[in-house]
Design a protein around this ligand. Structure first.
Ligand code: SAM
Length: 270
């Protein structure tokens, strides 16, 4: 998958995404991350990209033209990459327009579901705003999706873009060590993940739940599922509403006091 990040701070983005799992995936050719500096497309002597907003108001606004030129440059790169690949007979997506995401606190809130959907794209353009944002006219012309990472305001779209690239990339086949690593994680099926333990068996007097040491696969799976349900009930009851539980699971979870049950189940005394 190829990411094209339009930003005023390419170093920030590349440094942030250049290490660990994502960095290795880039080195292995599973991902490419191209951070394009919008300032390179400024059309004035001082390479300034911002100006005062018409009608007054606090702060400066990023101007339409440099953003548009950076977008066009990204599109050029995508087109030539696609042409090369289709010449090599590997993809049939030459004519398809890539999605362009504007990171904005006004957008739809980013979610695992959205990440899953976007991970199927071949190319994705992420546009990072700064200052008070970007001239509306260019947004109208190029943006396909407005995405927020939460109901708070950051100084720029770089951290949100990095959050999106990280989340989407781990869903790209081959990026994680094995393809099952992303399975069973929080938010899959609207459930949070169950608690996990590693060696030693006892730490600070706390024991690993007995069931996990039993080697009994069916009981372990049942315990994990129950823990996921209970944890979701305790911490994110809003998710539980739209989660698919069996009738037995619903009756069971509604009938138990969450805190007590979690403690009880953890110790594997049932
Ligand atoms: N004036 C804008 C408003 O009230 O909607 C906020 C501008 S913000 C200071 C500057 C830039 O940071 C935005 O253009 C956007 O790219 C990015 N940004 C800030 N908060 C964000 C969030 N929660 N999610 C995604 N991007 C965000």
């Amino acid at each position: 998958m190829n990411f094209y990040i339009l930003t005023l701070f390419p170093d920030m983005v590349l440094e942030g995404l250049g290490t660990s799992i994502i960095g290795r995936a880039v080195n292995r050719g599973l991902l490419s991350i191209d951070a394009m500096n919008i300032r390179d497309y400024a059309f004035n002597r001082h390479q300034s990209v911002d100006d005062y907003p018409y009608g007054g108001g606090a702060g400066m606004l990023m101007q339409a033209e440099p953003v548009y030129l950076a977008y066009e440059a990204a599109m050029q790169k995508i087109q030539s990459r696609r042409q090369e690949e289709s010449a090599a007979d590997t993809v049939e997506t030459v004519g398809q327009k890539p999605r362009v995401v504007y990171l904005s606190p006004q957008g739809k809130v980013f979610s695992q579901k959205m990440a899953e959907e976007l991970s199927k794209e071949k190319d994705l353009i992420l546009l990072c705003g700064h200052y008070e944002g970007i001239d509306e006219r260019v947004l109208e012309e190029i943006v396909t999706d407005y995405v927020s990472i939460g109901d708070y305001v950051l100084t720029g779209g770089e951290l949100p873009a990095m959050v999106m690239v990280d989340t989407i990339s781990r869903l790209v086949p081959g990026v994680l060590h094995n393809d099952t690593s992303a399975e069973g994680e929080s938010f899959q099926d609207n459930l949070l993940e169950y608690p996990q333990y590693s060696r030693p068996e006892t730490w600070h007097g706390k024991k690993v739940p007995q069931v996990l040491l039993s080697g009994h696969h069916a009981n372990i799976q049942k315990w994990k599922r129950q823990q996921s349900i209970l944890r979701t009930k305790q911490w994110r009851p809003d998710l539980l509403e739209s989660c698919e539980l069996t009738r037995e699971e619903r009756i069971w979870v509604e009938g138990c006091s969450t805190e007590q049950k979690i403690e009880y189940e953890k110790r594997g005394k049932e």
